[in-house]
Design a protein around this ligand. Structure first.
Ligand code: SME
Length: 168
């Protein structure tokens, strides 16, 4: 299953995301929220989309923007859950069936599958995009590719504009 849009649709989505990042007089959190809303709207199986950012001093992840139901898990220690494991591994993590995972934090009982892709800036993992789906096996390589490209845009924007995200 997974992202069933042709690659040219992904290109349109990425152009829209680039434009959202360039909107003036809009905070970084607002830009990220708009990206979450857009990704959720454009893909039926994306039921919750959020960006967590890493605090490397406290070794915790902090939710900075999302679309979907509010979660209690605004702060996640490195190593805990799928997100916390990606904060340590710096690698994409696709979970076809969350019930198969022992180190998993349930945000919503309806969630069946999840994908987490890190945001790498100069080889440092500054955060991640996390997507939950109420459909089992919802994510494939096309989703990985799309989300890597989204995170490249976000990471490059943060780097080139010297943005510091308030990670508390
Ligand atoms: N399921 C995630 C926690 C974050 S929520 O999905 C919003 C995890 O196991 O890290």
């Amino acid at each position: 299953m997974g992202n069933n849009f042709p690659l040219e649709s992904n290109q349109k989505l990425l152009s829209l995301i680039s434009a959202l990042l360039e909107v003036e007089n809009s905070s970084m959190e607002t830009k990220l929220t708009k990206i979450c809303v857009l990704l959720k709207k454009e893909n039926k199986t994306y039921d919750w989309v959020g960006f967590y950012f890493s605090n490397h001093d406290t070794k915790t992840l902090h939710l900075k923007a999302f679309a979907g139901s509010p979660t209690d898990h605004n702060t996640i220690p490195f190593g805990k859950g799928i997100c916390g494991q990606v904060a340590v591994s710096n690698k994409n993590f696709v979970v076809d069936d969350v019930s198969s995972q022992e180190n998993y934090i349930a945000c919503d009982i309806n969630v069946k599958s999840e994908i987490v892709v890190p945001i790498l800036v100069n080889q440092t993992n500054i955060g991640q995009i996390d997507i939950d789906s109420n459909t089992i096996n919802a994510f494939n390589q096309k989703d990985v590719l799309l989300l890597e490209q989204v995170n490249n845009l976000v990471g490059n924007y943060i780097l080139s504009n010297n943005i510091s995200i308030n990670i508390t």
